[in-house]
Design a protein around this ligand. Structure first.
Ligand code: SF4
Length: 460
């Protein structure tokens, strides 16, 4: 969500006549913060400290701070770093150009926050990181109250975008060369709650299947609470919805899930995984797990290991619990000693990696279609490999075929080797060129010109 917001900010800055600087000093620096990250505050104030010298040297440089931490700290940022020009929140990223302009004219720092979303981020211009792939917001905010999470406090209640608008945006993106979209929301499968349609997410996935030229649809992230088999049916029945499912577990223990205020229990979670396996047998299932939540006992932790063994995740993103100020869990009195958290974390990572490797080995001999992200790749001995994601979202390094291959093209190859976190596919490689690939070549050419323009236009 934060990366998508950054693309919107880039798009608005371009709309102001600014261009990204590849090297050399910038006239405007925007720091988009994420409070979910550990030590976000320390990193922000550390970066702002370093920027002070730059501001003294080039006083016209403007510094803006946005995102969750800005929403949380608000006036505190200017108090601690008075050389910051603009502070804006998560609900009003559309105000960034006006605030920069006002700060420049009035020669005074501007702080502006909104209590609720003013403009749905997808209505703002965007500068995508990749020509072939795009994020599409379907909702923002969250109606849940997980005790470890700061998101509801900073992003507010869930707001759903209307389906027609979402589909229209995707059609425009596809016409622009995008072949893969990722539908984004804090809790995608509760999409529709605001306008009273519990099956809206399944309908949206099916409608994506009718968009000609859209080759890959992904979504991030669902929640086990409201996840319905209707969504699995929509995934199975819609040709361009990819067989990959990220289903956050957080803990396998019912007691810990209760303390986390996650309303599903182990049995319900495993039944979702079982349904997913039977309806979409080739799906790669990934998860998030927090280790060492306050009150977690050894037997609670063993319940998590039990679920990991049963679910056989292709990747488990594991996190050591650490306090996030402002969340209910931060003040719980049964915090777990760090050495216990670390020891459990290591055991979980070892198990998760071993399972991921076993699951990856099952791919050897299969043909996989890879959407190329990195056309330069790395040399391994005599073999140059390019990289991208398979349909199930596994990372694949493919032997570079003869001829032109660009980011956004598809290569299909046979998997010849499996590592815990990636596959190697060196045999029988074929290439399919795409409009996105053509655009990637053009963009690389354009970027050279844009850099020159930036230098000429410095200070304007
Ligand atoms: S579902 Fe829970 S973890 Fe996810 S954003 Fe909402 S409150 Fe945070």
């Amino acid at each position: 969500m934060n990366v998508h917001d950054s693309e919107r900010m880039s798009g608005m800055l371009e709309g102001m006549g600014l261009t990204a600087v590849q090297d050399g000093p910038a006239d405007v620096i925007v720091i988009n913060t994420c409070a979910v990250r550990e030590n976000a505050g320390t990193k922000l104030y550390g970066n702002l400290g370093m920027l002070r010298a730059l501001k003294l040297e080039r006083p016209h440089t403007q510094i803006a701070v946005g995102g969750c931490l800005a929403q949380k700290d608000q006036g505190e940022i200017i108090k601690r770093a008075p050389w910051v020009d603009v502070v804006f929140g998560t609900h009003n990223i559309s105000a960034l150009p006006v605030l920069l302009e006002r700060a420049r004219i009035e020669k005074e720092s501007q702080i502006e926050m909104a209590e609720a979303l003013e403009v749905f981020p997808s209505h703002l211009p965007s500068k995508r990181d990749h020509a072939y792939s795009a994020w599409v917001s379907i909702s923002v905010g969250c109606n849940n109250t997980c005790t470890f999470c700061i998101v509801p406090a900073l992003r507010g209640k869930e707001k759903d975008r209307r389906m027609g608008e979402i589909l229209e945006e995707i059609e425009v993106l596809v016409a622009d060369g995008v072949s893969e979209v990722t539908l984004l929301g804090q809790n995608v499968n509760s999409y529709g709650v605001e306008f009273g349609d519990k099956e809206a997410f399944g309908k949206l996935l099916r409608a994506c299947g009718d968009i000609a030229g859209l080759e890959r649809v992904r979504f991030f992230s669902p929640h086990p609470k409201e996840f319905s088999t209707d969504v699995l049916h929509a995934m199975r029945d819609t040709h361009n919805v990819m067989p990959s499912l990220h289903m956050p577990l957080q803990s396998g223990s019912d007691a810990v899930l209760k303390a986390m205020r996650r309303s599903y229990r182990q049995e319900r979670y495993l039944s979702i995984i079982e349904d997913a396996r039977s309806l979409i047998p080739n799906a790669a299932i990934t998860t998030d797990i927090i280790v060492g939540f306050p009150g977690e006992t050894e037997s609670d932790f063993e319940e998590t290991l039990k679920v990991v063994k049963a679910a056989r995740f292709s990747t488990a993103y594991t996190y050591q619990y650490s306090k996030r100020p402002g969340t209910p869990a931060a003040t719980m009195d049964n915090q777990i000693p760090q050495e216990v958290v670390t020891e459990r974390f290591n055991r979980l990572v070892e198990l998760g990696n071993a399972i991921a490797w076993e699951e990856n080995k099952k791919q050897i001999g299969q043909r996989v279609e890879v959407l190329v992200a990195d056309d330069q790749g790395k040399k391994d001995g005599e073999t140059q490999r390019i990289s991208g994601r398979a349909r199930d979202n596994r990372l694949v390094h493919v032997a570079k075929p003869e001829g032109l291959v660009r980011p956004g093209d598809f290569v299909t190859a046979e998997v010849t080797y499996a590592a815990p976190f990636h596959l190697i596919a060196d045999a029988n490689v074929t290439v399919r060129h795409t409009l996105a690939g053509d655009k990637a070549s053009n963009a690389a050419h354009d970027n050279g010109l844009l850099t020159i323009k930036t230098r000429i236009g410095q200070g304007v």
